[in-house]
Every structure is written in structure tokens, then in C-alpha cells.
Design a protein around this ligand. Structure first.
Ligand SMILES: NC(=O)c1ccc[n+]([C@@H]2O[C@H](COP(=O)([O-])OP(=O)(O)OC[C@H]3O[C@@H](n4cnc5c(N)ncnc54)[C@H](OP(=O)(O)O)[C@@H]3O)[C@@H](O)[C@H]2O)c1
Length: 200
């Protein structure tokens, strides 16, 4: 299979790339990638990415940002960072990407535990994660027979645990081998319209 992984150089993305590359052709895209540069917060950049990749069998997005800030200081513009990137970035990727998927293809988006179990300072990040969960469940109704659409929602992963542990006291980090498996399930399995949660 030819699989496009946006965010394939990131903490989670590079694990998934390493796992999928054993048996598949994997294209990596991100803002700083030389071969396939893309900024998902800009739909013309997404369009130009697909003009370069041509059609693919699977699209996996493991990228997107949102501002973390205390509720009493987060601004309207701060909210728009997450809305443009993690929310509309993944929505636009789905709308544009579906036209470049081969028969039987799939799209896998990424969110996280904040949608269900937020921690302080994540009003924006939690909000956009929840929005993507609703988007996937609703859009999938109309994509039946066109492509599979799912979202992987992870808890804090092992490779990020040291960096973020103070924000997630008592959370059990998700092992990187489970991270490999959940993306494997989304891409090679038969789920459709699912929020695939791995939180503990
Ligand atoms: N780490 C965790 O424990 C965890 C848990 C649950 C959910 N998540 C979610 O999973 C996703 C990936 O997390 P991560 O920890 O792997 O992040 P990361 O290490 O910061 O990697 C993010 C990757 O996405 C790319 N990227 C960021 N913004 C982009 C944009 N606008 N357009 C295109 N590419 C972009 C980055 O490369 P460039 O800088 O080159 O663009 C990088 O390759 C995030 O949405 C995060 O919220 C993470």
C-alpha cells in the first residue's frame, strides 16, 4: 500500500512510519519536510501536497496544534490556532484527501484524551479534539462506500511522558507498541466512523 503520513517526523508519527515501512510504501509530509511540505492549517497547502503525491491508499494525520493556556488568559485568537490547525486542518484534509484515495482507501485522524478527560489549561485543545470526534462520526455516515474514516485518540504516550508528566499526574503512559497497533487497526482493519480510544 502507498500510505501518506502527515506528521511522520513527530514523536508518534515516526513510530508509526517505522512500523508501516516494514511492509508498505510510506510518504512523510510536514511543514518542514523537504519532499512533501504541507501546513494543514492552509487548505491550498493541502491541495498542493496531493498534487505532488498523487493518489494514495491511506492518509494518516498525526499533526496539528492547539494553544494550551489558563482559561483566564486565553484569547479568542489563541482559540483560532487550534481551530485552524487541529480542527479545520483535519476537516480540510478529509475533504481534499478523499478525492485522492484509491478504491477501498482510508483516512485516519488523530486527537487525544483531552476530549474526554481534560486537564487544566486545555479548554482549546480539548474543544478541537471533541469537535473532530463528532466530525468523524457524522462525516462517516456519508462516506460509507467511499472510504473509511476514523480517529485515533490516545492518552499520554510513553515517548512524551517525561515532557508532559506534570500536566497528567497519575496517568499511565501508553506504550509505543500499543501506539503502533492502534494505527495499524485504523489503517488495515475495517473500522469506519469510529473514535478509537486508547487511554490506559
Ligand atoms: N504525544 C502525546 O502523548 C500525544 C497524546 C495524544 C494525542 N497526541 C496528539 O497527536 C498529535 C501528534 O503528537 P506528537 O506528540 O507526535 O507531536 P510532535 O512530536 O510535536 O509532532 C508533530 C508532527 O506534526 C508536524 N506538524 C505540526 N503542525 C503541523 C501542521 N500545521 N501541518 C503539517 N504538519 C504539522 C510536525 O512537523 P513540522 O514541524 O515539520 O510541521 C511534526 O512532525 C498531536 O495532535 C497531539 O496533540 C499526542
Amino acid at each position: 500500500m502507498k500510505i501518506l503520513i502527515i506528521g511522520g517526523n513527530g514523536t508518534i508519527g515516526k513510530r508509526v512510519v517505522r512500523s508501516f515501512r516494514k511492509h508498505h510504501e510510506v510518504l512523510i509530509a510536514s511543514r518542514n519536510d523537504e519532499q512533501f511540505p504541507v501546513d494543514i492549517s492552509d487548505s491550498s497547502s493541502i491541495q498542493s501536497l496531493f498534487s505532488k503525491t498523487g493518489s494514495v491508499d491511506a492518509i494518516v494525520n498525526i499533526a496539528g496544534e492547539a494553544k494550551w493556556a489558563p482559561f483566564d488568559s486565553i484569547s479568542e485568537e489563541d482559540y483560532y490556532i487550534g481551530i485552524r490547525s487541529k480542527m479545520m486542518g483535519q476537516v480540510n484534509l478529509t475533504h481534499i484527501g478523499v478525492r485522492y484515495l484509491d478504491q477501498g482507501g482510508s483516512i485516519t485522524l488523530s486527537t487525544g484524551i483531552l476530549a474526554d478527560d481534560p486537564v487544566p489549561m486545555t479548554a482549546s485543545a480539548a474543544m478541537v479534539n471533541g469537535a473532530i470526534h463528532s466530525f468523524v462520526q457524522a462525516a462517516a455516515l456519508e462516506l460509507r462506500g467511499v472510504c473509511r474514516l476514523n480517529v485515533v485518540s490516545l492518552g499520554l504516550v510513553e515517548d512524551s511522558a517525561e515532557k508532559y508528566k506534570d500536566y497528567f499526574p497519575g496517568h499511565i503512559p501508553i506504550s509505543m507498541s500499543r501506539v503502533d497497533l492502534v494505527y495499524e487497526r485504523a489503517v488495515f482493519g475495517s473500522d469506519h466512523g469510529k473514535v478509537i480510544r486508547v487511554y490506559a
